[in-house]
Structure formats: structure tokens, C-alpha cells
Design a binder for this molecule. Structure first.
Ligand SMILES: CC(C)(COP(=O)(O)OP(=O)(O)OC[C@H]1O[C@@H](n2cnc3c(N)ncnc32)[C@H](O)[C@@H]1OP(=O)(O)O)[C@@H](O)C(=O)NCCC(=O)NCCS
Length: 171
């Protein structure tokens, strides 16, 4: 039974190692999520240490999927800071450990993010993803494909990777 919930305050700090393990698994298995291989657990921990700091400052909402009280998936909702975008947030770092994929965890994390978007009265969520990786997932969740930028980033093992932008408007 997978438990999807928001990690608040100290819990994000306590689960840095578990979150880092998921990120490390994804990057070392080829996910283009800002990092390059070789990718160490130290780098992964550094990323989630910074994330936990942002949670403590209320700058982002960190979601986790837990199996037996261990993080196996995660995503983030990052409300825009710009004064003219109070209605917008970015969805970022949707990651599911490779041992737990194709069970609906990614979709459940997106559904939890949707709930929080509505609770906060936000109207627009934007995201970008490496072409092909999660496109069907986002489209099923109601995201609209805005366009592709060729060669935007690199795959973690090298080679250009196209990026596709999505958005979702909440009535
Ligand atoms: C993209 C990612 C988050 C998807 O996570 P996931 O938990 O596997 O997602 P879901 O299980 O909800 O959906 C994946 C597929 O499994 C299918 N599925 C869902 N539940 C299922 C079940 N019970 N039985 C069989 N298949 C199922 C879905 O229909 C979907 O099919 P599709 O590939 O044809 O679209 C995951 O692959 C990942 O972490 N990838 C690496 C990181 C990455 O690239 N993230 C995106 C960055 S923006």
C-alpha cells in the first residue's frame, strides 16, 4: 500500500537519504533531471538538503510516495516567486524509483499535486520534461503540451536532449 503525502518541516530533513536514493537511482539509470553521470549520493543528498531548507522556508511543497514508511517516489510544487505570477507554480522533480514504476505512483503524485494546487487557489502549473520520458503521464493528468525546445539539455551520460513544456489551467 503506497502512502502519498506532503513532507513538512522536519520530516523532509529526516528523509533526505531516502529522497536522495530515489534521485540517485533515476539519474544513474538515465533520467535527464539536471544532473550528469557519474552522479554521487553526496550530490543527491546535497540537492535534497537544499530542498528541505526550501520546505522549511515554505518555498516549495514536497510530496512523497512511501512504501513501508520509505520514500519510493517524489515530486515538488514550487509556487512562482515573481510578483506578477501569484497564480502560478512549477511542477518539478517527479521521480519514481525504478523498482516501483508502472504501478500508478507517478499518476498518484500528480493527483496529490493537483489537490494542493486547488487548496492554494493556484490557477496555472507549468513543467518541462525530457522528450518522451513522462509525456503520456502528463497528458493523462490533463497537461497541455506547449512545445518542444530541441537540444535544451544533456542526457546524464551525454548527448543533447530535447525538452518539452507543458501547462495545466485550473478552473
Ligand atoms: C516518469 C516517472 C515519474 C513515471 O512514474 P511511474 O510511477 O512509473 O508512473 P505511472 O505508473 O503512473 O505510469 C507509468 C506507466 O505505467 C502504467 N501503469 C500505471 N499503473 C499500472 C498498473 N497497475 N499496471 C500496469 N501499468 C500501469 C501507466 O499507464 C503508464 O503507462 P505509459 O508508460 O504507457 O504511459 C518515472 O518513470 C520516472 O521516475 N522516470 C525517471 C525520472 C523522470 O524522467 N521524471 C520526469 C521528470 S519531469
Amino acid at each position: 500500500m503506497i502512502d502519498i503525502r506532503i513532507l513538512r518541516g522536519d520530516e523532509a530533513h529526516h528523509r533526505i537519504d531516502e529522497l536522495a536514493t530515489v534521485l540517485h537511482d533515476c539519474v544513474t539509470k538515465g533520467a535527464s533531471v539536471n544532473f550528469m553521470n557519474p552522479f554521487s549520493m553526496t550530490e543527491a543528498r546535497d540537492f535534497y538538503t537544499a530542498t528541505a531548507g526550501a520546505v522549511a522556508r515554505d518555498e516549495l511543497v514536497l510530496f512523497a510516495a512511501l512504501d513501508n514508511d520509505r520514500v519510493v517516489g517524489t515530486c515538488q510544487l514550487v509556487p512562482a516567486k515573481k510578483p506578477n505570477q501569484p497564480h502560478r507554480a512549477d511542477l518539478a522533480k517527479l521521480l519514481v524509483h525504478s523498482n516501483y514504476r508502472n504501478k500508478g505512483i507517478g499518476a498518484s503524485l500528480l493527483a496529490a499535486a493537483d489537490q494542493e494546487v486547488k487548496r492554494r487557489g493556484l490557477k496555472l502549473v507549468t513543467l518541462d520534461t525530457a522528450l518522451d520520458t513522462a509525456e503520456r503521464l502528463y497528458e493523462r493528468a490533463g497537461y497541455i503540451r506547449a512545445g518542444v525546445i530541441p537540444n535544451f539539455a544533456l542526457w546524464p551520460d551525454g548527448g543533447y536532449c530535447d525538452t518539452v513544456y507543458f501547462y495545466k489551467w485550473f478552473e
